[in-house]
Design a protein around this ligand. Structure first.
Ligand SMILES: [Zn+2]
Ligand SMILES: [Zn+2]
Ligand SMILES: [Zn+2]
Length: 192
């Protein structure tokens, strides 16, 4: 028997069991610490290499997530175009829906906001009528631990169907009138 025939990088079963035990121990320890701190305790799964699109930003006027990659800044419910502020988001698309990532999020070609296209009619667009989907199919992560490269408090607005930041007392400007109104999942969106 030649010992050199073992494929490079292969591990013995004993090594795998040891690794798994250590991983579980570490996870339990981290979960314990998170529970003590009152934080969400669901481990963040790896987004197995899903492609992302840059240039998604928070609008300081309406608090919506909008695409800032064009010269035109869409239609802001606060009047004029959206006004980018803060983080630069890189949002995952073209992957399958999972228990912690929701599909059917789309770019509206009329107002340039991110909206949920799973209902009919498709919300309320500040440019008139409902939102109009174009381009990529986004699959957005929700209900997981917020890491260094992600921000929580992003929610679906049940009135206009856009993605908006719910972390402030002021709920921005909803095209349906008043501020946005959160419903459903707590999204955790990756940024650069
Ligand atoms: Zn805006
Ligand atoms: Zn729209
Ligand atoms: Zn709204």
């Amino acid at each position: 028997m030649c010992l050199d025939s073992t494929p490079a990088g292969s591990k013995s079963p004993k090594a795998d069991i040891y690794h798994e035990n250590m991983t579980n121990l570490t996870r339990r320890t981290l979960l314990g610490a998170a529970v003590a701190a009152g934080a969400l305790t669901i481990p963040a799964p790896a987004r197995a290499g899903a492609p992302t699109q840059n240039y998604w930003r928070y609008c300081d006027h309406c608090h919506e997530m909008f695409f800032d990659g064009y010269a035109g800044k869409g239609s802001c419910p606060g009047g004029g175009g959206h006004v980018a502020s803060g983080l630069y988001f890189a949002l995952p698309h073209s992957s399958v829906e999972t228990p912690t990532a929701q599909a059917q999020w789309r770019y509206c070609r009329k107002c340039q906001a991110m909206f949920y296209n799973g209902y009919s009619p498709a919300g309320v667009c500040p440019a008139g009528g409902g939102h109009a989907a174009q381009g990529l199919n986004f699959v957005l992560p929700h209900d997981m631990v917020t890491g260094a490269g992600s921000q929580s408090e992003w929610r679906y607005c049940r009135k206009c169907h856009v993605m908006f930041y719910d972390g402030y007392e002021n709920k921005g400007r909803c095209p349906s009138g008043g501020g946005h109104s959160a419903q459903g999942y707590m999204f955790v969106l990756p940024h650069l």
